[in-house]
Design a protein around this ligand. Structure first.
Ligand code: NAG
Length: 326
């Protein structure tokens, strides 16, 4: 089920965040990769490739692709004007940060599916002023200390899903003032600390699902004034405090897929009146009652599938939802 959700979610995010900015005609006429004549590290591929920034700006990106090479060290020489460096699916546990430091235009660094267990062994000391996107999914990270990414002041996307994170220091994300997207789903977090989010005033997308968190704190997301999409799937949530979603004034998409909710968290949902997409699929809700979705006048899509315990939906429960199409 999970891959389907991720796909649906990303399609939804795509239409909300990319579709608006990138008309399909433009996508249809994208140039393919171009040759990049440069001294390339052995077994890697160096090409100029199309690249979109997290806020959908198109670039022709000098790209070094060293995926799947069983590398234990950075391959050399990395061309100085490298924009995108792909090191996915190798055996890296440390980086020679001096090498990265000499790449002033490095914008996208993919270290997913490697063996990093400490974030300190990633670009800590060396500042990467141009880096917008950092992929660290599927590593062995268990803890994020204070100011883990403070050497990456421009970062807009940070992917930390599918690690074994069980603790994150309150100020771990300090300095990430430009961050738009944070994925910390599928880790081992048991609590959500509101302090994590204090330094992320521009965050638009937060994926937190797949962590064994049984209860969310009151006003836990209040610092996330710009948040548009929040994914809380697969967490074991049994209910939601009345003020759990307080402050999320711009929230458009919310997923509670695969939790243990026994009723619609009506009071909490009243705090997010702008919601357009609400996914309650695969919960233990028995009854959908009149008033459960009151005043959610912008709701376009409502997911109530896969509810084995659902006995009935009161007739008036779905009244006054003028925008609902799905
Ligand atoms: C970095 O990018 C700028 C702007 O595109 C360019 O002028 C500069 O030469 C690049 N730096 C390197 C080391 O290639």
């Amino acid at each position: 089920m999970r891959p389907t959700l991720v796909l649906l979610q990303s399609q939804c995010l795509l239409c909300v965040f990319v579709g608006v900015c990138v008309p399909s005609a433009v996508v249809g006429s994208l140039p393919h990769s171009l040759p990049w004549r440069v001294s390339c590290p052995v077994r890697c591929m160096c090409q100029i490739k199309p690249w979109f920034s997290p806020d959908s700006v198109y670039h022709e990106a000098p790209t070094v692709d060293c995926n799947d090479l069983l590398l234990t060290k950075l391959p050399l020489p990395i061309p100085l004007d490298t924009h995108t460096l792909r090191l996915q699916s190798n055996l890296l546990s440390e980086l020679d940060t001096g090498v990265l430091h000499r790449l002033p235009n490095l914008t996208d660094l993919d270290l997913s599916q490697n063996r990093f267990s400490r974030v300190q062994s990633i670009p800590q000391s060396s500042s990467l002023p141009s880096l917008l996107s950092l992929h660290l999914e599927e590593n062995h990270l268990s803890h994020l200390p204070e100011a883990s990414f403070s050497s990456l002041p421009a970062l807009q996307e940070l992917f930390l899903s599918h690690n074994i994170l069980h603790s994150i220091a309150p100020g771990a994300f300090t300095g990430l003032d430009s961050l738009l997207r944070l994925h910390i789903n599928n880790n081992r977090l048991t609590t959500v600390d509101p302090q994590w989010f204090r330094s992320l005033p521009h965050l638009e997308v937060l994926m937190l699902g797949g962590n064994p968190v049984e209860a969310l704190p009151e006003q836990g997301f209040v610092a996330l004034r710009s948040l548009q999409s929040l994914v809380l799937g697969g967490m074991g949530l049994r209910g939601l405090a009345e003020k759990a979603l307080e402050g999320l004034d711009g929230l458009e998409s919310l997923s509670f897929y695969d939790n243990l909710l026994t009723k619609v968290p009506t009071l909490a949902l009243r705090r997010v009146p702008g919601l357009k997409f609400l996914d309650l699929n695969k919960n233990r809700i028995k009854l959908i009652e009149t008033g459960d979705f009151r005043d959610m006048i912008h709701l376009k899509e409502l997911g109530l599938n896969n509810m084995e315990e659902l006995v009935s939906i009161e007739k008036a429960a779905l009244e006054n939802l003028p925008e609902l199409t799905n």
